[in-house]
Unconditional design. Structure first.
Length: 324
């Protein structure tokens, strides 16, 4: 009866979503989708790794509100909230190696504050977790039941363990407080609005190719990644919030490519004459990444639709307007 009353109450007013980290790469694409679906959206972001430029096309939209705030601090939102989407966190090696303590704080204190907001408002909560919870995996492809192989004191430990803690805290709020929660384990995603010097493989290669610089491949290039285009990923996240359950769900593209194959694809797509050079593999860099998305297919009726050639073309066109 309570759920029916809540549903009826929501139907009489705008649906309100709070997106932490909404000025970031994926967060801003989520904001676009939510506004397109008629939500009123409140973004919380301290702009440490995000940028207001990702949201400036919503200026003047009465359904959109931006609040510059660190989510590790107390969160106060006036009025009702239906959904909390917790995307706040540095998400590339460049960022979390430079900001290890901030990364740990947003995964722990920030998640605690976001969960507290959801609990106070009676909202449904979604955690943007990561495939990095699997570490350098011994299981391939990775299923949600795999517990991972993470080095907690290695250079990537601040990010990996922050997300693992965030998952544990989210599950604790579900089990102890009865909060409706979702956990999205996001695999490698690419697309427009990635930063030029993001540190991840796709923006690195595109930037280098467009500048006719050598493409830097770490290791021998046989390590793999599975690249999902941003619009596909965000559609999966939305479906998870609306029709998923409290257990983790892998979201990503199961088509696996070697780093060397990705480099060659970007050279071809840009028409660059860049050569490929090799550098030592960073410590604890995962050798393989490929999601098993059986659960997402069954639960959400979701799988990626954008092929690599199309996704790279759209991403490269966006980068061309920014590389000088």
């Amino acid at each position: 009866m309570k759920g029916k009353q809540v549903s009826q109450s929501r139907s009489k007013r705008e649906v309100v979503s709070v997106v932490t980290g909404g000025a970031g790469f994926l967060g801003s694409h989520l904001v676009d989708l939510l506004l397109a679906k008629g939500h009123r959206v409140i973004v919380l972001d301290n702009l440490v790794t995000g940028t207001i430029a990702n949201l400036e096309h919503h200026a003047g939209n009465s359904a959109f509100r931006f609040i510059k705030q660190d989510v590790t601090e107390y969160l106060f939102i006036d009025g009702p909230v239906d959904y909390v989407w917790h995307f706040a966190s540095p998400a590339s090696p460049v960022d979390y190696l430079e900001l290890p303590i901030q990364t740990l704080k947003v995964g722990s204190l920030g998640t605690h504050k976001a969960l507290g907001l959801a609990k106070h408002k009676g909202a449904r909560f979604l955690l943007a977790s990561t495939s990095e919870v699997y570490g350098d995996p011994e299981e391939h492809p990775q299923t949600e039941s795999y517990w991972g192989r993470v080095n907690p004191v290695g250079p990537r430990g601040c990010y990996d363990e922050a997300k693992r803690f965030a998952e544990a805290l989210t599950m604790a709020y579900h089990n102890y407080h009865g909060l409706e929660t979702r956990i999205a384990r996001i695999f490698n995603t690419y697309g427009p609005r990635m930063r030029l010097h993001d540190g991840r493989v796709v923006p690195n290669f595109i930037f280098q190719a467009l500048r006719s610089k050598p493409l830097t491949v770490y290791g021998d290039g046989t390590q793999t990644r599975s690249l999902c285009y941003c619009s596909d990923l965000i559609e999966g996240v939305y479906r998870l919030m609306m029709r998923g359950d409290h257990l983790p769900v892998n979201l990503g593209n199961p088509h696996e490519l070697s780093i060397l194959d990705i480099a060659r694809a970007i050279v071809d797509a840009t028409g660059s004459k860049s050569r490929i050079v090799f550098r030592p593999l960073p410590k604890d860099d995962p050798k393989k990444r490929r999601p098993d998305i059986s659960r997402a297919r069954k639960l959400l009726h979701w799988e990626p639709a954008v092929d690599l050639a199309t996704g790279l073309r759209q991403t490269i066109e966006w980068f061309k307007t920014r590389v000088r």
